[in-house]
Design a protein around this ligand. Structure first.
Ligand SMILES: [Zn+2]
Length: 1010
């Protein structure tokens, strides 16, 4: 026969777009609208609804960036609409090509109760299910004029990203605010055709596809384009047969879950996220009410907590939906945090506070970690997830890799300690699915475990202000439940998916080590003050807990539970995956700096109050040590009069000549050239030179840094091709302190910037400390500091949470070549048998390592990443004064690097008082590090102590509590009792004996004698 497939397709597309979809709302009439524009910060809805409103005509431009405009829409349902479903249609000036990232609205009844949100692809508000005619409709819309910052002009610098610099130009023009009849059969017909149109596009030219094409032609043959409402049922009848053909028995199964990935701050400030979450949630509870199969999942306890505080009536409906098992709290974390940079204690608290909230509010403990979008995943995570009680892990982001395709979708992920967690990446490669035929087919086609497993997960819905799942998506899911030629789609709790996948995959493939994202590598460096604030506050809070717990036990100090909880939650919020990575707008990072200052002041006040009680009143200078290593003979958690501390036995000798400066103590000799560069660092114990022959360390290097896209996120590897070594010197000055510490002050100017470095060597120290202040005024530059080491290291050993990971230094494969910028915490070590050197830092997370060939052989060049200057999304990123502390540990192994890194991040404090004191808790055992001492979160007064094995080998030791205790138990990271043997901690004279495996994290709970 003659066949013309394109003719059918063209016909269906045109009729669907131009006739059927518009006929879903065939009649409408304009409402009477009044408005009140409120530039600046939003006000409470009740207050806004009580203001004066003036007449507004649709088509009038509204909304300067970040302002809120309140519209009041009134109308009466005409008598001749009786029996019809009636809706209000509002188009605020939406761009449908870009759901989210623009204006949005939350709709309130005249009684102040929220109804649902309106979004680019969700523009309707219910008015009457079955109209009687004559009903008065009265709605308020709180419309937010969030500016489009990314989509129209990707990555162009803009000042619109902060209310302090944004323009007063109005941004949006409304298109309609109408009462309209909704025709359900036409709506269903449009979905029938859309699903079939998308399905046939994925099918081979065989009978199934041809019958679908014919059915669509038949449907349009009976559809009268002038009487669509009346003839839609007949058209649908022509489609019943092709829509009722059942899926193959072995068809891929898609476990769909309604979702909206709402970034807790990004191209909008935190205050707007609070509203975005409320808007989307209000629409989602509405959709749950009309589609009984639908399930909606939302992560981040913080986002629920915001609703509870700011939109209690939305929260009440969410709470009801959670209780009925339809609104699913996911992930068990405080926010969807970055997992590469936060400390071990921080990740523990992400889980602790997240699960605590879900338990207390909903009686729900999440079984899995839900992190679709953060930028790579730490190899410490599997252990932490398991020890917090999680059974599964979900992400999607690794599909964004630039170079290498990840080989699995469902697999076991093994961390540094050998813990494994059952993990899944959706084979659809998206966390914003709209259940299109193309996505559904892709999920099936790409799924890597099809030999053994049957399904994948699909998070369905628009995020970031797009409004979540739509009724079109639930309509598609209904049709795709069991349809020939398609994967089968079913709304399902991810827990159910993971249970089934686990039984299907008896021997899942295993991925060992970090899940490195081959993209967004510069997120380890952008927005330095955010990184510094994170590092400092997470250490300060651990210190505050140590002194507060010690003072509570020793002196009866009232442990400030609520305050510490609130401070941790602030720090945890900032670990969100667009804040700590430095990829948010200027507004966000400006507020973050203020909040870190607040947390710092509050933590310092707790520390000062607890310490004052511990040392008593007096005038003796007393030093306290909170670092997890003994310092000047002072153990962790103890204090002593300065006069009693072991004095330094040697002095640093410093000699100056025209060639430069030589510093020497009992352990090391360091040569600094006349240019202020370190040309030699000799370790006396081994006689080894740390600096490569003829090379110069402490060399600042400035690179051009203009990535192809994602400015704050990305550094592209060609950045290395353009480099300027900063050798020009303004001054070089040597001085010596009373205690024998030598200081070399180096000042340089370059382009528009200046840098001041103070290099210090203290008596008895193997560390060359560098304190750097940079007055940074560069554009699209990357500042690194290089340490070419005379070490042939096979691995760069970088600290991560509760341990370290090793990355090879060569680039034999594309996987290794892709890791040209990688992460660390407080140290990175280069080591060959017999000798090593480490770089330590107090606020740096990025570094790179290369193997450079010299005449003497291959050496290791390690470079710390100090500052960048991207111009999107914050055009002024990192401009101004920036500080860093780092250092070179000469003759270091893992133990020395761990200790030096920890000491740099936790300074000793000297205050005046009457007496020193002994530690409340001591830990014995090589390699066992005390991570945290706090009072239990249940306010029982019990002591919680966390330790970990730091050297990557088995260790034996003890944890001693120096106050009478009557019981001890091993507990989870959530401070839950552990079942069976895992929970046993035998107590002998206040001490618990430990046998730890490599990198094992152990949490103990001690009950004091009454
Ligand atoms: Zn995100």
């Amino acid at each position: 026969m003659h066949d013309d497939i394109p003719l059918t397709l063209g016909r269906v597309k045109r009729v669907l777009e131009e006739r059927i979809r518009p006929a879903i709302h065939p009649v409408s009439l304009p409402m009477s609208v009044t408005w009140n524009e409120l530039p600046g910060e939003p006000i409470a809805p009740a207050e806004a609804m009580g203001l004066e409103y003036t007449d507004y005509s649709v088509g009038t431009i509204w909304g300067a960036a970040w302002g809120t405009t309140w519209f009041r829409l009134r109308g009466t349902i005409p008598a001749d609409w009786a029996g019809k479903r009636v809706e209000v249609l509002v188009d605020l000036g939406f761009d449908k090509n870009m759901p989210g990232f623009q204006c949005e609205g939350l709709v309130y009844g005249a009684d102040g109760i929220t109804v649902k949100s309106i979004n680019p692809r969700n523009q309707w508000i219910p008015a009457a299910d079955t109209a009687e005619g004559g009903e008065a409709i009265d709605y308020f819309i709180e419309a937010a004029a969030n500016p489009v910052l990314l989509d129209y002009h990707p990555f162009l610098p803009t000042t619109e990203g902060d209310i302090q610099t944004s323009s007063s130009r109005k941004l949006y023009t409304t298109r309609r605010m109408d009462l309209a009849v909704f025709e359900p059969e036409v709506h269903e017909l449009s979905l029938d055709l859309e699903v079939l149109l998308e399905l046939q596009a994925e099918l081979p030219e065989g009978p199934r596809r041809m019958r679908i094409l014919q059915a669509m032609d038949n449907a349009l043959d009976v559809l009268d384009l002038q009487r669509i409402t009346e003839t839609a049922p007949a058209a649908r009848a022509e489609l019943v047969e092709v829509l009722s053909k059942r899926a193959d028995e072995s068809a891929h199964r898609i476990s769909a879950v309604g979702h909206a990935h709402i970034d807790s701050a990004w191209l909008w400030p935190v205050r707007e996220t609070i509203r975005k979450v409320s808007r989307t949630s209000s629409s989602m509870v509405e959709l749950l009410g009309v589609d009984e199969d639908f399930l909606y999942g939302m992560s981040s306890a913080q986002q629920y907590a915001w609703m509870k505080e700011n939109r209690p009536e939305v929260y009440a409906r969410v709470k009801e939906a959670v209780a009925s098992g339809r609104f699913l709290p996911l992930g068990g974390m405080w926010v969807e945090s970055d997992t590469v940079m936060p400390s071990g204690e921080s990740l523990v608290r992400q889980f602790y506070y997240g699960q605590k909230f879900f338990r207390e509010e909903f009686g729900v403990t999440c079984a899995g970690v839900w992190l679709p979008d953060s930028f790579g995943y730490s190899p410490a995570l599997p252990q932490l997830m398991r020890r917090a009680g999680f059974e599964w892990f979900f992400t999607q982001k690794i599909s964004w890799n630039q170079q290498n395709k990840f080989p699995h979708h469902t697999f076991n992920w093994e961390g540094i300690d050998g813990s494994r967690v059952f993990s899944h990446f959706p084979s659809m490669d998206t966390y914003n699915s709209q259940l299109s035929g193309e996505e559904v087919a892709r999920a099936s086609r790409q799924f890597r475990e099809s030999r053994h497993a049957t399904g994948s997960i699909a998070p369905v819905g628009w995020g970031d202000g797009g409004g979540g799942t739509t009724r079109e998506m639930t309509g598609k899911a209904r049709r795709l439940a069991d349809l020939e030629g398609s994967a089968k789609v079913k709304w399902e709790h991810p827990d159910e998916f993971f249970k089934r996948a686990k039984t299907e995959l008896e021997n899942p493939p295993v991925w060992v080590g970090e899940l490195y994202l081959e993209l967004h590598r510069a997120t380890l460096t952008s927005q330095h003050q955010t990184k510094q604030g994170n590092r400092r506050t997470e250490h300060l809070l651990v210190e505050a807990e140590l002194w507060a717990a010690t003072a509570a036990v020793y002196t009866g100090f009232e442990y400030p539970h609520e305050e510490i909880d609130e401070l941790w939650q602030q720090v945890l919020l900032h670990q969100f995956h667009d804040i700590l990575p430095g990829t948010s707008i200027a507004w966000v990072h400006r507020e973050v700096v203020v909040q870190y200052a607040r947390v710092t002041a509050a933590a310092e006040a707790i520390i000062a109050a607890a310490q004052a009680l511990l040392v008593g009143e007096g005038t003796t200078p007393i030093t306290l040590n909170a670092a997890p290593f003994t310092r000047s003979g002072l153990r962790t958690g103890s204090a002593a009069a300065v006069a009693e501390l072991a004095p330094a036995t040697d002095k640093v000798t410093a000699t100056e000549s025209p060639d430069g400066i030589v510093l020497s103590n009992a352990l090391v000799t360091i040569t600094i050239s006349a240019e202020g560069l370190v040309t030699s660092a000799l370790d006396h114990a081994t006689g080894r030179e740390a600096i490569a022959d003829g090379a110069e360390a402490n060399l600042l290097q400035l690179h051009q840094d203009f990535p192809n896209m994602w400015d704050a996120w990305d550094v592209d590897k060609y950045y290395r091709n353009q480099v300027t070594d900063l050798r020009e010197l303004d001054s070089l000055t040597l001085s010596t302190d009373e205690d024998g510490t030598a200081r070399v002050l180096i000042e340089r100017s370059f382009s528009a910037s200046a840098v001041r470095q103070e290099l210090t060597l203290a008596p008895g120290s193997k560390v060359l400390h560098i304190e750097q202040t940079t007055d940074w005024h560069e554009t699209e530059k990357f500042l690194k500091v290089a340490f070419p080491l005379d070490i042939r290291a096979e691995h760069a050993i970088a600290e991560t949470q509760f341990g370290y990971h090793k990355r090879v230094t060569h680039v034999n494969t594309s996987w290794e070549a892709a890791k040209f910028e990688t992460s660390m915490h407080r140290f990175v070590l280069a080591e060959e048998p017999g000798f090593g050197a480490a770089l330590i830092n107090d606020s740096i997370y990025g570094f790179d390592v290369t193997r450079d060939s010299t005449e003497a052989g291959v050496m290791t060049n390690m470079r710390l990443s100090l500052l960048r200057a991207p111009r999107f999304p914050d055009p002024e990123t990192d401009q101004g004064i920036q500080t860093h502390r780092y250092g070179l540990v000469i003759g270091a192994d893992i133990a020395a690097a761990t200790e030096a890194g920890a000491l740099l991040n936790s300074d000793a404090r000297t205050i005046t008082g009457a007496n020193g004191f002994d530690p409340l808790v001591t830990v014995e055992g090589e390699g066992i590090v005390l991570s945290n001492v706090k009072l239990a979160g249940d306010k029982s007064g019990d002591l919680v102590v966390r330790v970990y094995e730091s050297l990557g080998r088995r260790a034996k030791g003890t944890v001693n509590v120096h106050r009478p205790v009557e019981g001890a138990a091993a507990i989870s990271l959530l401070e839950d009792p552990l079942e069976g043997e895992g929970g046993i901690a035998e107590l002998t004279d206040g001490a618990v004996a430990l046998a730890l495996t490599a990198f094992e994290v152990r949490t103990l709970r001690f009950k004091f004698k009454a």
